[in-house]
Design a protein around this ligand. Sequence first.
Ligand SMILES: Cc1cc2nc3c(=O)[nH]c(=O)nc-3n(C[C@H](O)[C@H](O)[C@H](O)COP(=O)(O)OP(=O)(O)OC[C@H]3O[C@@H](n4cnc5c(N)ncnc54)[C@H](O)[C@@H]3O)c2cc1C
Length: 417
Amino acid sequence: MGQKADVVIIGGGVIGICTAYYLQKAGRQVILLERDEICSGSSYGNSGLIVPSHSIPLPAPGVVFQALKWMFNPESPFYIKPRLDLNLMSWLLRFTFNCTSGRMFASVKTLVELSRASRVLYDQLISEESIRCNYETSGLLMVYRTEEGYEEGVHEGKLMRDAGLPSKEMKVNDLIKMEPGIRSDIFGGIYYSEDAFLNPSEFVTALAQVVRDKGVDIREDIEVIGLDTNSVNGIKVKTSFGDYTCNEVVLAAGSWSPGILNGQNINLPVEPAKGYSVTFDTETPLLKHALILGEAKIGVNPLGRNLRLAGTLELAGLDLSISTRRVNAVVNSAKRYLNGGDKFTADNVWAGLRPVTPDGVPIIGRLRSHPNVLVATGHATIGMTLGPITGKLVTEILCNKGQSIDTGLFTPSRFGI
Ligand SMILES: Cc1cc2nc3c(=O)[nH]c(=O)nc-3n(C[C@H](O)[C@H](O)[C@H](O)COP(=O)(O)OP(=O)(O)OC[C@H]3O[C@@H](n4cnc5c(N)ncnc54)[C@H](O)[C@@H]3O)c2cc1C
């Protein structure tokens, strides 16, 4: 016999759990289905940086040329696994089409607004619910080894300031005074005071416990197989343990979201982009601030006594295998920016799949053909950052409340779905 719910959320990552939190607060009755354990996808081992500073979407001028150069270097931060996949081809074409400054500027302003709003929600959520997750609001340093890299950083810093986000250029001496863990032979950096960092899995699992305690029904080890949108009593969510009938569905299954819509003949243009992290014990804390190592594209999180390095972006499908060569490249690159490199190891390696759209902007909104299915995915490299605001916006849409931020840019209808 089928089970009934008001709203079913599919996926227990940062997006699904934050959505459950705000929907419960708004008085909706929620069942969340997770095929594994809570926080077993991309939300688990990511860098944990809460980064309004990272609001430049992936498709940007010059990216395709840079990507082509990196493609043939097995230690570079980017790779596309060659394969005959029509969805990937069409996604890459759309991505290339979005690599113009006009399209990029249009996204930056909204992403800055969205991520700053999310940062405020993190402050509220963590304090109101007493969540322990190593949350630090000391800002982030973007660090560059070369003058060329630094100039690019300065350009991005200006772009962010134009969009309303403070940033400060820093010469090497000031940078080292502020963060002695950085090597003295780097060139310079940019300080973003509004960025923060946390332990991502601690945040998501603690918030999941909060929502459970408030009455949200979280069910693990239940895999959603598909949807039946022709049911007369509402929408049917088909799972490995029977069907759920509900009024509305929130699809928040990250990189696995497209597969769930296959039966509806809906092509959700989300590609998995694999990244790796390594986390090691440094015995004593090496850093006080979160960092991004500019040229190497590595995120660094000083998780207390541990240090986490994360990077690379591989378009290789739903594949979580680990390339030791690329992981070693991440570790070795970090040694060129930071002191204490002898303690850096590639032991505790994790791989995750970022859900990426071809315009680099998330998809948040109802499907045109099935308005009782709301999609909340495609957050790419900033899904941790955007978790709380996404949960809030989804709740506003489902409860027909006024939108605190205009979600026009995020609507699925921009892809004709
Ligand atoms: C190396 C790396 C570093 C990153 N660093 C940062 C960072 O510093 N800051 C930042 O903001 N973002 C960062 N990100 C991006 C961020 O991790 C993602 O954007 C975010 O975690 C996406 O969250 P999600 O909830 O959409 O997906 P996920 O966390 O992947 O959650 C999806 C969930 O759905 C479940 N699921 C899948 N299929 C089904 C099904 N059929 N039925 C039921 N459940 C299902 C999965 O098991 C999973 O738990 C990083 C990502 C990577 C890989």
